[in-house]
Ligand binder design. Structure first.
Ligand SMILES: Nc1ncnc2c1ncn2[C@@H]1O[C@H](COP(=O)(O)OP(=O)(O)O)[C@@H](O)[C@H]1O
Ligand SMILES: O=C(O)C1=C[C@@H](OP(=O)(O)O)[C@@H](O)[C@H](O)C1
Ligand SMILES: [Mg+2]
Length: 174
C-alpha cells in the first residue's frame, strides 16, 4: 500500500510527532502541512493570521494539502484542516485518513507544556482548557466523518503507531 496517510485531530493530539514515527515504521516520506506552509510563506502561522486573518491561513492550507499529497507520504495536517469540505473530500478520496482522538484533559496538558505559540495562535481568546473543549465540541463530528480509522492518541507514541499499523493491516486484509 503506498496511498498517502493523512493524520487528523485537534491541536496537541500528536499529528506531527506520531507522523514522524509512523514514517519510519512504514518507510514513507513525512510532510507536515504547517511546516511546509510556513516555509513557503516565510512567515509563522501567527504572522499569517495577523496579516491575512484565519481565512488567509485556511486558503494557504488547502493549497498546501493538495500540493504535498503524493504516494508513499505520511501527511501530518493542522487541526483545522477538516473545517473545509474540499479538504475533507480530498483526503478521503486520495488516501487513508486517521483520526488521533484524545480527551480534552490530555490535549490541554500537552498544549500547556508545549504551547508553540507561533504555530498555534489562539483560536478563541479563551484559556487553553476552555478553548480545547469548545473546539473539540465544534470539530469532533467532522474528524469522525472524515476518518477511515480512529485511534486512541492518549496512549504513548509507540502504542499510537502500533494502533495505526494494526488498523492499516486489518483494512488491507479485509
Ligand atoms: N502520544 C503522545 N504521548 C505523549 N506526548 C505526546 C504524544 N503525542 C504528542 N505528544 C507531545 O504533545 C505535543 C504536541 O504534539 P504535536 O505532535 O505537535 O501535536 P499536533 O501536531 O497534533 O498539534 C508535543 O510536545 C509532543 O511531544
Ligand atoms: O486547530 C487549528 O485550527 C490549528 C492547528 C495548528 O496545527 P496543529 O494541530 O498541528 O497544532 C495550526 O494548523 C494552526 O494553528 C491552526
Ligand atoms: Mg502539528
Amino acid at each position: 500500500m503506498t496511498q498517502p496517510i493523512f493524520l487528523i485531530g485537534a491541536r496537541g493530539c500528536g499529528k506531527t510527532t506520531i507522523g514522524q514515527r509512523l514514517t519510519h515504521a512504514c518507510n514513507f516520506h513525512f510532510v507536515d502541512t504547517d511546516q511546509v506552509l510556513q516555509q513557503r510563506a516565510g512567515m509563522t502561522v501567527a504572522d499569517i493570521v495577523v496579516r491575512e486573518g484565519w481565512a488567509g491561513f485556511r486558503a494557504r492550507e488547502t493549497q498546501t494539502l493538495q500540493s504535498v499529497t503524493q504516494p508513499g507520504t505520511v501527511v501530518a495536517t493542522g487541526g483545522g484542516i477538516i473545517l473545509a469540505e474540499v479538504n475533507r473530500d480530498f483526503m478521503r478520496q486520495n488516501g487513508v485518513v486517521i483520526y488521533l482522538n484524545a480527551p480534552v484533559s490530555v490535549l490541554a496538558g500537552r498544549l500547556e507544556a508545549f504551547p508553540e505559540a507561533s504555530q498555534r495562535p489562539t483560536l478563541t481568546g479563551k484559556p487553553i482548557t476552555e478553548e480545547v473543549a469548545d473546539i473539540l465540541t465544534q470539530r469532533d463530528a467532522l474528524y469522525r466523518q472524515t476518518a477511515h480509522h480512529i485511534v486512541d492518541a492518549s496512549a504513548c507514541p509507540d502504542d499510537v503507531v502500533a494502533q495505526i499499523l494494526t488498523e492499516l493491516r486489518l483494512a488491507r486484509a479485509s
